[in-house]
Design a protein around this ligand. Structure first.
Ligand SMILES: [Zn+2]
Length: 151
């Protein structure tokens, strides 16, 4: 599994399980069509069709890609943490019973935990990041740090 090197801000959320400041994330008020993938490993997490505006300050989804998200009770038992099933990246928390959508579920996800890939670029996307270019093929990072890895 390829894991992208994280920036300090990404690490605070993805590794240290922090929460980004509400209403500041790049995907909070963002409703383009496409796929949200794990920012660290590129796994597909959520389709844009399942995103809704919960007015809570963070991107909200009422359904994950099947098997993509792991749920576990926080140590204090108060909330249920969600993580990327593939690499364990912290995503946010999931809330049930708020009656915001028909599914009655809200995945409250940090923008910093995800990367959005527009439908038009699903097949192959080049992302310029820091000092290198990543190539993402259908949501999977296939060329980071100029490493040779044909997919
Ligand atoms: Zn991941």
């Amino acid at each position: 599994m390829r894991r992208r090197k994280l920036t300090q801000a990404e690490k605070l959320v993805i590794v240290d399980k922090g929460t980004e400041v509400p209403f500041t994330g790049e995907y909070d008020q963002f409703f383009e069509r496409g796929m949200y993938v794990c920012r660290r490993c590129g796994a597909h997490l959520y389709k844009s069709e399942r995103k809704f505006d919960a007015h809570c300050g963070w991107p909200s989804f009422d359904q994950e890609i099947r098997g993509a998200v792991k749920k576990a009770l926080d140590p204090d038992g108060a909330r249920t943490e969600i993580t990327c099933s593939r690499c364990g990246a912290h995503l946010g928390h999931v809330f049930i019973g708020e009656r915001l959508t028909k599914k009655n579920v809200r995945h409250c996800v940090n923008s910093l935990s995800m990367r959005f890939i527009p439908n038009s670029k699903r097949v192959s996307t080049k992302v310029r990041r820091d000092k290198h270019t990543e190539v993402i093929h259908d949501g999977v990072i296939v060329d980071a740090d100029n490493a040779e890895e044909k997919y």
